[in-house]
Every structure is written in structure tokens, then in C-alpha cells.
Design a protein around this ligand. Sequence first.
Ligand code: NAP
Length: 438
Amino acid sequence: MRHIAIIGSGPAGFYSAEGLQKQYGAGVRIDLIDRLPVPYGLIRSGVAPDHQSIKAVSRRYEKVAVAEGVRFVGNVLIGRDVSIDELRDLYDAVVVATGAPADRPLGIPGSDLPGVLGSAAFVGWYNGHPDFASLDPPLDTAAAAAVIGNGNVALDVARILAKTEAEFAGSDIVGHALEALDRSAIRSIHILGRRGPHQIAMTPKELGELGHLEAARPFVDRADLPPEAADAGLEPGLRKSVAHLRAFAEGAPDGDKPKTICFEFFAMPIAIEGDGRAERLIVERTRLTDDGRAVGTGERHAIDCGLIVTCIGYQTPPIEGIPYDPARGRFANDEGVIGDGVYCVGWARRGPTGTIGTNRPDGFEVAEKIFARFGTGDGGKPGGDGLDALLQTRGVTAVPFCDWQRIEAAEAARARSGSPREKFVSIEDMLGSLAPQP
Ligand code: NAP
């Protein structure tokens, strides 16, 4: 029997488990360890709450979790409850699937002012991640928000800021965010790209959604669009995205809808100013170099805004005992191999790019490598029994998958009408829902 620990129960962790099941059949025991009592990582706390069809992939992961030989071991933090060296002693192989949950810093003067938030924090807040439940973004006081970045996360953030309460019907946005967004004073949302419309990382389906909002109208300044003939050379997905931007340029910024989502291209944030909190974003106009980089032109303007959300990518926090590549913000690895029976997958391996499905080949590839390296047989490792014994001596109570299913049922039972769940937003409340009810 081979024993394998996977750290992290998001998409990359689950696809690795699925790949290992495929390689080993009944000859493997897999522990999917997560620091939260709830599984699924970004599916639960990253994917937008109004994109429920994407979240449905968790049903596939559930089949993996309930299969023979697989355990979910929730509420166990590597580094606090158990170390990497201990896991290496307990298991034949360790797969690190911890994602990239930390915001890349914007690093301009004023970026530490209150009112400046990273997307991991803001998205975590509206998705009920326990780390960000108490974030309290300044939605009642700010009339305008700036969203920095031209990727899909920027689109998620802008759309969530723009939607009406009715438009969240059927979503699992958490109650505290729904209430705060309903009271929000924000009427202008500026999406800033440091490069141009041909350099966006937004996909067409997600961009197109902005054209169908109840109370908000997207707007693009026609002067920022390259000549239409230049679109012909674009990759088809990007061409469709640019077609949406061209359609947005046809509308007026102050049409019949009360909110505006204004795309500002060639706009590089250089400072944030304000008296004790963010009040203005100073932006420098850019031009593109021959190799496609944005460089400042010296022309500057200010955008009055009390909320600034940076959506400029993520990094993987280091874990003691695992070699780290600080320049890339992820673990040092050679195609998923860290060394000495330690592997990494997903964003912890590649950085924060690609869709959920991109993690599947990644997880399957590492499973093949583990099989090639260790094969079948028995390495004499204690596996999950050894982990349980160690956790018991430390007074750590792990949450098994059947208890997650009880938390899930409790979240479904307290959902508002039409919503699939009302998430518990603290670990205490998640665990509290498992206690016998009087
Ligand atoms: P992303 O796609 O890499 O976009 C990051 C954006 O930030 C880019 O426009 C980049 O501009 C900009 N940026 C980086 N550093 C900057 C700086 N210092 N100042 C100004 N702008 C800066 O990242 P993401 O939006 O976080 O998305 C991560 C991944 O998740 C992507 O693969 C995305 O497609 C995926 N995702 C998918 C969905 C969906 O399918 N519905 C939803 C959310 C996320 P440059 O190009 O100039 O560097």
C-alpha cells in the first residue's frame, strides 16, 4: 500500500487525488489535508457567487472524496499542527496543492492606506472566507471604486460591485456582503489596465456579462481602441473580447442606468492619496513599447475613489521546509517535482494562471510521476493512522468528509430563499454546527 498526503483540497488537490486513484486503483491511501474544516478551496471561496454553474464541479470532487482509500482531513494547518518533515516521514509522497491565496502587492506610495484592498481579500469577503469575513470594505462612503487589472478577477470584482440585490438571486453570496452591497454608495467603477484593449486577459463570456447588467452600463473610450483592422490578427477568444469592448464604446457613460463601469486603458497607477484613507488614485498615461511593455508618458490625472481593489495576480505563501522561488512567488519545482518525494500542483506549481480545468492535466501528470517513482508495493509508511496518532497527541481535532457534509447540510438549511447555501464565515461557527444541538 502507498500512502500519499495532498496538502490543499481545492481543484489541484482533488485532480491529483483523482489521478492517483487512476494510477493505483485500490493500492493507495490518500489524505487530502486542508486548513479549513470545509473543502474545495477556490471553488468555494474564489469562484464568483453568481457563477454557480462553475461551482458545480465540486460534485465531481465529492465522488473522489467519498471513494475507498481517500480521506478529507480538514481543520489541520501544515506548519502549525504538523510539519512538512513529519508528513514526509508518515507518507511515501507529499503533494503540495496550496494554491496562491496571497495578493501580489501593488507597491506604490499609499497602497497601504485603508480602502485599498487586494482581490484575495475582497473576493474572500463576499465569498465568506473566514480570513476576510470582517473586512468591512468602505462601500457606504465611497461613491467611486477603482479596480486595477485587466484579467477575469477584475471583471468579477467590478460585476459584483455593480449588481443589484435582485441580480444575486440564486447565488451563494454571503449575507454580510449582500447587505453591504445593497447599501453601497458606489456609482462609478473604473477598471484600469496599464496596457491596451489588445492586451487584456479577460475572456469573452465574462466580459460580455457586463453588457447585460440591470443597473450598470459599461463604457469604453473609443479613442483607446486600436483600428478595427488590427483585430484580425488576434487569437479568436481575444478577438471576441475586443468586439465586446467595441460594443461598449458605442454606449454613453451616463445613459439610463445609474451605475457606470468605465474601462480606462493605458492607465498605470502610480500613487494613492488621501487623508488617513484612500481618496484618490493617481494614474499615469502609458504607451506600449515595441515588445509590448507599458511605459509612462508623464501625463497624469487623478481618479477620486474611496475603494481601490487590486486584481493584479496572486502568490503562494512559503511553507517551512519547502524550497521557494521568491521571484515567481511559488514553490521552486521542476515540472511539479520539488524533490525527495515532495511534489506540487496547480497555482502552487505554475503560478496563478489558467482555468479550473487547467489543474486536471497538472494533477494527473504529478500522479503519473509519483507512480513512476514509487510504483506499487509497500514502503512501510504509517500514512493516515500515523497522522491521526500525531494529531491526537497535539489535541488537534480533524474534520472528516462526513462532518463537512453535515456542515454543508447546515449551510443549506439556513440559506435564504433561492440560494443554495448560507456559508458559515468563521471556523468556530463551522465547527459549532457539528456540536449536538440541545
Ligand atoms: P490575470 O489574468 O493574470 O490578470 C492580471 C492583470 O493584472 C493583468 O491585466 C496585468 O496586466 C495586471 N497587472 C499585473 N501587475 C500590475 C500592476 N503592477 N499594475 C497594473 N496592472 C497590473 O490574473 P487574474 O485576473 O487574477 O486571474 C487569475 C487566473 O484566474 C486567470 O487565469 C483567470 O483567467 C482565472 N479566472 C477565471 C475566471 C473565469 O473563468 N470566470 C474568473 C476569475 C479568474 P499586464 O497584462 O500588463 O501584466
